[in-house]
Design a binder for this molecule. Structure first.
Ligand code: GDP
Ligand code: IMO
Ligand code: MG
Length: 422
């Protein structure tokens, strides 16, 4: 019996999950997304080409892998079909390589409108949602009103769709002054629903468990990050799914005892897009440097990402709850030319110092920093650990000591080949 390994983000998303999944895929037979939806933007780079995936698993460009959109995912057929067309425009036919769980929920055009109306009504306290309809779609799932991929094949799909749309329209009427027109998007949506029928809709829980029973390796690909988890993130500034290891069990139908390695990904610094607490955020020139050197602009929305120092308090919290077995550090190269690098090792909240993320953590947190001299060397070309400068190794060692977890992979550039595996 094989185990299911997991790749997930330990911060606020955009840690580099897409790249890592693409790098690890040759060791797996199945890559499966288990939660989230097209709020995700996973960037891949290889052969001087770049790609951003939103719903399709990041194993799609490798040969001999099955890519599963699992039951825990919410799917917008327009975005998915658009993505599929872009992939197929590269000369790939992915009809056999991509399958979709019948139990995955659909994002309707009106879910997007509800997302926009809700954000507009929140004014200054808005979440900063990607406005892809994620929250409203998961609300209908847990509210037991949702439409699922499997419903597409039902003879009364149109009636079901119209009924849910009407419900949404009456909800939208509760937002005075919110005007919307879904005509054009709805047309595309209905056409995309038809086009999706060329893919297999499956009971993905059976397929995943069957692969594992036959000793074949499966990798689960997370979206968003642990600090955006609906339960343990910086609520309410979070997404609407369980982004952590536990989400793999419900999002794919695998037992906790079948989870194997948990690859926890983090950037050598920190970013966040959207609103909400970010204790180590930098508002100065250093933050601006991280943003411009790291090209920190959202892969889905193009919004500038907020940037700051690595937050070990939040990272340790995420390592604990995900049961991380292997850490993966990304984008170290962005700080190649920094004189000093800081890392938060504790928070000061009023008179108290704490080494964990307290309930309701907000703007009252002041990080306590440990400083490191920068390595001041270009590490993009490094391909084996021994070749890293000592100052860089010291940084790695400190993070390993603090988290109690080994850093097994270090990424030194966006390309698939820019990676050091220890
Ligand atoms: P994801 O959502 O976790 O898959 O991450 P994103 O794709 O949204 O954001 C990560 C960004 O960093 C993308 O633009 C990647 O191409 C880029 N990237 C990934 N790893 C590295 C790295 O090690 N160094 C640099 N400079 N860029 C990287
Ligand atoms: P990947 O998978 C970074 C953020 C949004 C917003 C909050 C809620 O690329 O790492 P939602 O659209 O879910 O209603 O947004 O979560 N967010 C992400 N931030 N990376 C993501 O995905 C994100 N998906 C959602 O910016 O703050
Ligand atoms: Mg992203």
């Amino acid at each position: 019996m094989n185990k299911i390994d997991v790749v997930l983000g330990l911060q606020w998303g955009d840690e580099g999950k897409g790249k890592v999944v693409d790098v690890l895929t040759p060791s797996y037979k199945v890559i499966a997304r288990f939660q989230g939806g097209p709020n995700a933007g996973h960037s891949l780079k290889f052969n001087d080409d770049g790609f951003v995936l939103h719903t399709v698993p990041s194993g799609i460009f490798r040969e001999n892998t099955l890519n599963i959109i699992g039951n825990g995912v919410v799917v917008d057929p327009v975005i998915l079909m658009d993505e599929i067309s872009q992939i197929e425009a590269k000369g790939l036919d992915i009809t056999e390589k991509l399958v979709i769980a019948k139990r995955a929920h659909l994002i309707l055009p009106t879910h997007r409108m509800l997302d926009a109306a809700s954000e507009a009504a929140k004014g200054k306290s808005k979440i900063g949602s990607t406005l892809k309809g994620i929250g409203p779609a998961y609300m209908d799932k847990t509210g037991r009103n949702g439409l699922r991929i499997g419903d597409i094949l039902s003879p009364d799909f149109t009636a079901k769709y119209e009924a849910l749309k009407r419900k949404h329209q009456s909800l939208l009427a509760q937002y005075p002054g919110f005007e919307y027109d879904i005509t054009e998007y709805e047309q595309k949506w209905l056409a995309a629903v038809e086009q999706l029928k060329r893919f297999k809709f499956i009971e993905s829980e059976l397929v995943v468990n069957n692969y594992l029973d036959n000793g074949l390796p499966v990798l689960a690909e997370g979206a968003q990050g642990s600090m955006l988890d609906i339960d343990f993130g910086t609520y309410p500034f979070v997404t609407s799914s369980n982004t952590m290891t536990a989400g793999v069990c419900t999002g794919l139908g695998v037992a906790p005892s079948r989870v194997g390695k948990v690859f926890g990904i983090f950037k050598a610094y920190c970013t966040r897009v959207g609103s909400g607490p970010f204790p180590t955020e930098l508002f100065d020139e250093t933050g601006e440097r991280l943003r411009s050197i790291g090209r920190e602009y959202g892969a889905t929305t193009g919004r500038p990402r907020r940037c700051g120092w690595l937050d070990l308090v939040a990272l340790k919290y995420a390592v604990m709850m995900n049961g991380v077995t292997d850490l993966i550090m990304m984008k170290s190269d962005v700080m190649n030319d920094f004189d000093t690098i800081k890392v938060a090792t504790a928070y000061k909240v009023g008179e108290k110092t704490c080494d964990y993320l307290p309930y309701g953590a907000g703007d009252d947190i002041e990080p306590v920093y440990t400083e490191f001299p920068g390595w001041k060397e270009d590490i993009c070309g490094v391909r084996e650990y021994a070749a890293f400068p000592q100052a860089f190794k010291n940084y790695v060692k400190f993070i390993e000591e603090q988290t109690g977890c080994p850093i097994r992979i270090i990424s030194v550039g966006p390309d698939r080949i820019e990676v050091v595996i220890r």
